[in-house]
Design a protein around this ligand. Structure first.
Ligand SMILES: [Zn+2]
Length: 222
């Protein structure tokens, strides 16, 4: 790992695709790293694609080598809490603990605090956004999901993503299912064939002012 990277307020990459011009899509993966993540990283490296991982803090600590590798590849690493609770159902002190502890765990690996939160179960509201904002986190939701947690079927996951995807889409998947990992090579190849540029979440918003702490985002510019 190199030197400390200055925490970006709005994580705007130095140079990258212009999603106001290109058809961009951001693939995101929650709940990992898992035993399948290394295989996914090999796929992404071969296909020269960057994605966003919303990791669970203890999973990141347990598989720190995967997190380091993803970070080195240019993938974005975001916060998906410590215990994966519904943040809307727990006290503010507890929300802060979940967000900040996972952020510290991630930073202990990447030397960079995450600037994005993916709330478990997509459970967020004004209070969660405000608490996230105070920790420098924007809330990143999604507008396409193959519901891969329900359908452990690579062909179905692929079809659902490809049917629903539009320019600016944020796609929610999980790198904890072998079937999802198996679907990724064809999803990426088909999206490229359709003229899409695959980007990280910060890249998706780079031309529209970047992600702001305390705000929720469901999709990028279309
Ligand atoms: Zn999750």
């Amino acid at each position: 790992m190199g030197s400390l990277v200055a925490p970006a307020h709005a994580a705007v990459p130095e140079r990258g695709p212009d999603c106001l011009v290109s058809r961009c899509v951001a693939l995101t993966f929650d709940d990992g790293p898992s035993p399948y993540t290394a295989t996914l990283l090999t796929t992404l490296e071969r296909q020269h694609v960057k994605v966003t991982f919303y990791v669970i803090g203890p999973h990141a600590l347990a598989r720190a080598q995967d997190v380091k590798r993803a970070f080195r590849d240019g993938d974005t690493i975001g916060d998906h809490t410590v215990h994966h609770p519904k943040l809307t159902k727990i006290s503010s002190a507890h929300v802060r603990y979940e967000l900040d502890t996972a952020a510290r765990q991630i930073a202990s690996i990447t030397r960079q605090r995450p600037t994005e939160l993916r709330p478990p179960f997509g459970a967020e509201n004004a209070r969660v956004r405000a608490l996230a904002g105070r920790l420098g986190l924007s809330v990143v939701m999604w507008n396409v999901t193959p519901r891969d947690w329900k359908h452990h079927n690579a062909a179905l996951v692929e079809k659902r993503v490809l049917d629903k995807v539009r320019p600016g889409a944020i796609v929610d998947m999980h790198d904890t299912y072998r079937s999802t990992i198996a679907a990724v090579p064809d999803i990426v190849a088909t999206l490229k064939k359709r003229g899409y540029t695959l980007v990280t979440v910060p890249q998706l918003f780079a031309q529209t002012g970047g992600l702001k702490a305390g705000e929720a985002y469901f999709h990028g510019p279309s």
